[in-house]
Design a protein around this ligand. Structure first.
Ligand code: GTP
Length: 566
């Protein structure tokens, strides 16, 4: 189709507001995927995603749609809805000219959605509001429209009322995509610039890169250069996603596709990087690229042996990586609690960055410690304001502002230490608000705080991975809670095991696990061999996730205990 008949769009939606259901309906309605093939939602096709019921991985799909007897090519670029992935979202948005803003008509706008709408507006995207789930008895599309107008300032006079589940409003949405979203600019004559919005590693073909051609043309076999990484490759394979991969020979400005080039490292072709021709380079790369901060660094510790220190965007991101490594690579991993990067100003004038509490310079050597702070915005129904403020206060939050955005919903802004947020803050927010509150955060800078190192001794041995950096005022309560939690989590051993929390040489809390002689088979009377085998197997599996610290077997959960303190 000519470029004037191409539309590139994404869907902005909060988790659970119906993005995947809607995407499926769009694919079905355009005949991209036969409904009999759609056993599962197409865009949500990773096992892990299905189990967790959320979309993590970005993908794309090309649809053909006939509008007033003319064929159109609609490219849907998926965006993740979770708060941990805002950079990926911003790159997907930058690959589009328009976005569907899907809001659950029985709920209203959520903080993360807002953040993504602002990103979309910054990228000059045409936004089509879609009020979903109008089939629900509690749906109030006109109230939610008003809310969107008030909060975002987005004109909702031509918002579409839809039910992705019942298939209501789907044709209207497709029509609106053609009518309201502008086609890409025709810049096929310029030097190639293609924006990477996603990639994944295929063990046979190397890294598969998903991109949007912004300027120029790319052909199969071209020698391409990734401008940020400086790496160049021959594009052996070029194709589109329909939504399965379909090979093509060329892609022009405005089109969306994928390439493979036997790229061995994902770092060579990162999301946000610009693809250009090796022999006809674009003068400037596309804006918005950010270096990856998450890193994997080899690390050894006397307690844990060899391992890696990894950077994650959030707890969910960490859990997903861990689960994927376990499922897809059959690794058995022990992960330890996350920490943030502290800046330690030493007396000799040096400043060291320290993410590992056990490497914190001695108290006598340091003058001050700075920690990263974030600004968080919470959106919540008014009933939960008190409880959420209590939570933020408890996490050393500094209250900044509160305002009612509608009669019933408030926005609350706090500044708080990142260390207080990396744990279960998000889970707490959800459980205290019965799932109704949402949040958005951004890094604001480093601030000096009164921090000290809290050590944990198990059976008299200092356990490095359990050391944490805490605020002085919280040291005693954290020490007590942590030793109690560890007592619950560490199974009884054949001998008595003392657990102590210390600051320097001072013990501030202590517990002990009493001895037991554990024999799982003792419970099996009679000669049921298969039951015995089952128990032994279970025990072996349990053992896999244990780490021997000195003579004590410590289970995986214990290394995360600091996140689960009451
Ligand atoms: P993530 O994948 O986590 O981003 O969520 P999502 O936004 O893709 O939501 P999804 O499509 O998985 O829908 C969430 C839930 O809402 C599912 O149980 C859907 O069946 C349901 N749902 C989606 N659309 C509608 C609708 O129009 N009406 C009703 N009643 N339920 C819907």
């Amino acid at each position: 189709v000519p470029i004037s008949n191409i539309r590139n769009f994404c869907i902005i939606a909060h988790i659970d507001h119906g993005k995947s259901t809607l995407a499926d309906k769009l694919l079905q309605m355009t005949g991209t995927v036969e409904s009999r093939d759609m056993k599962e939602q197409f865009l949500d096709n990773m096992d892990l995603e299905r189990e967790r019921g959320i979309t993590i991985k970005l993908q794309a799909a090309r649809m053909r749609f006939i509008y007033e007897n003319e064929p159109y090519c609609l490219n849907l670029i998926d965006t993740p809805g979770h708060v941990d992935f805002s950079y990926e979202v911003s790159r997907s948005l930058a690959a589009c000219e328009g976005a569907l803003l899907v809001v659950d008509a029985s709920q209203g706008v959520e903080a993360q959605t807002l953040a993504n709408v602002y990103l979309a507006l910054e990228n000059n995207l045409e936004i089509i509001p879609v009020l979903n789930k109008i089939d629900l008895p509690g749906a109030e599309p006109s109230r939610v429209c008003q809310e969107i107008e008030e909060i975002v300032g987005l004109d909702c006079s031509n918002a579409i009322y839809a039910s992705a589940k019942e298939g209501i409003g789907i044709t209207e949405i497709l029509n609106a995509i053609v009518q309201r979203i502008p086609p890409p600019r025709d810049t096929a004559g310029r030097p190639l610039r293609a924006l990477i919005f996603d990639s994944y590693y295929d063990p046979y073909r190397g890294v598969i890169v998903y991109f949007r051609v912004i300027d120029g043309t790319i052909k199969k076999g071209d020698r391409v250069l990734f401008m940020a990484s400086g790496k160049d490759y021959y594009a052996d394979e070029l194709g589109v996603l329909s939504p399965n991969q379909l090979q093509v020979d060329q892609l022009y400005a405005g089109e969306v596709g994928f390439l493979s080039a036997s790229i061995r490292s994902v770092a060579d072709a990162r999301v946000g990087d610009t693809i250009t021709h090796f022999n006809r380079k674009a003068e400037q790369s596309l804006p918005g690229y950010k270096e990856a901060t998450p890193m994997f660094e080899p690390e050894t510790s006397s307690a844990m042996g060899f391992g890696f220190r990894c950077g994650f965007l959030g707890l969910l991101h960490m859990e997903i990586v861990q689960e994927r490594l376990e499922r897809e690579y059959s690794l058995s991993l022990i992960t330890t609690a996350p920490s943030v990067v502290y800046r330690v100003n030493c007396i000799d004038g040096e400043t060291v960055e320290c993410s590992n509490p056990s490497l914190l310079p001695e108290p006598g050597k340091r003058r001050s410690i700075e920690e990263p702070f974030v600004k968080i915005e919470l959106l919540t129904p008014k009933d939960y304001i008190g409880s959420l403020m209590e939570l933020a206060q408890d996490r050393r939050g500094i209250f900044k502002e509160m305002k009612y955005i509608t009669e019933n919903r408030a926005s609350i802004i706090y500044e708080l230490p990142l260390a207080e947020m990396v744990g279960d803050f998000f889970d707490q927010l959800k459980s205290r608000s019965k799932g109704y509150a949402s949040m958005e955060y951004s890094f604001i800078g480093y601030t000096e705080s009164d921090l000290i190192k809290l050590d944990i001794l198990i059976n008299g041995d200092r356990v490095e991975p359990l050391a944490t950096i805490v605020h002085k005022d919280k040291a005693y309560s954290v020490g007590r809670a942590l030793t109690q939690k560890l007592k619950e989590l560490i199974p009884r051993q054949m001998f008595k095991v003392p657990i102590q929390a210390t600051i320097g040489s001072k013990v501030i809390a202590s517990e002990a696990i009493s001895a037991i002689r554990k024999d799982v088979l003792a419970k099996c009377y009679g000669g049921d061999i298969s039951r015995k085998k089952k128990l032994l197997k279970k025990q072996a599996e349990g053992k896999k996730r244990m780490k021997a610290i000195g003579k004590v077997d410590v289970p995986q959960e214990a290394f995360m205990a600091v996140l689960k303190l009451e």
